[in-house]
Design a protein around this ligand. Sequence first.
Ligand code: NDP
Length: 291
Amino acid sequence: MSDIAVIGLGAMGTALAEAFLNKGHAVTVWNRSPAKSDVLAAKGAVVAASVEEAVSSSPLIVACLLVYDTVRQVLDPAREALPRRTLVNLTNGTPEQARAMSDWVAEYGADYIDGGIMAVPPMIGGQHALILYSGSRQAFDAHAGRLEALGASRYLGEDAGLAPLYDIALLSGMYGLFAGVLHALALTGAAGIPAREFMPLLGSWLQAMQGGLPKWAEQIDSGDHSSNVVSNLGMQADAYFNLIDASRSADISTELVLPMQNLMKRGVTAGRANADLSSLVGLLQSSKQGS
Ligand code: NDP
């Protein structure tokens, strides 16, 4: 018997299995392409000949495959071995997929925990890795000690959909930031400014702007977007026109920045010119426009 079975040895699954091994846990591994097990076998992992063997080896099964459909497809032949075990699914997916997986696992008498990995493989097991979890509290408490090998854990609640919800919301913030950075670099790069020269300024500007986010949280939770506003939507919408015009003049695609202008215009038309930008969250929630 092992402590943990890791199913899926892509870049992330391999990092997870290594982190468990590094903490001295007994680990069984399985992967569709067997060659990826070799490096882990050399570090002490037991290589299972089948998924059934992997699932039967451990009370805790950690799956990290490309998509949810693959998880179901891979685990299906081993479903009779699932009872009384805990499946921790660290595959990226949607809240709906997580809830459906939780129901499927429950049919076979196993506990389910969904997880969102907020790290890239080299960070796993290090101090900057964060893993979000949701699902069975009892199962999480029982296995929290083992899961700590992967990085900091944050348990969000019994609803299995919470971890993927937080995960995709955090990714949304990240990609929004990346989109702005890409556009900024396209603009400055077209003007002959080396990215190396511009990046430090961009980095410190973005850091300074983050200072306003706690106020947004207060405004969104209270519903008051109009008190003590220092940069109102109307003013920002006008400045944003300049961003679009300057991009067009420089022949820079506006595909990343145009959606924000459309939303700002919608906010102004809806009578929110004197409110803060945080009021746009309500517009996103109340309309399918722009989806
Ligand atoms: P990889 O592409 O490196 O690995 C994919 C894994 O899925 C492999 O084990 C592969 O097996 C397996 N797989 C794919 N299709 C099938 C199939 N039809 N049947 C059986 N096995 C299959 O991806 P990662 O390891 O990087 O990512 C895994 C998960 O982790 C994803 O959901 C990803 O979103 C998430 N994640 C990844 C991060 C990263 O930076 N890498 C960061 C955070 C989350 P085989 O080796 O045989 O092809």
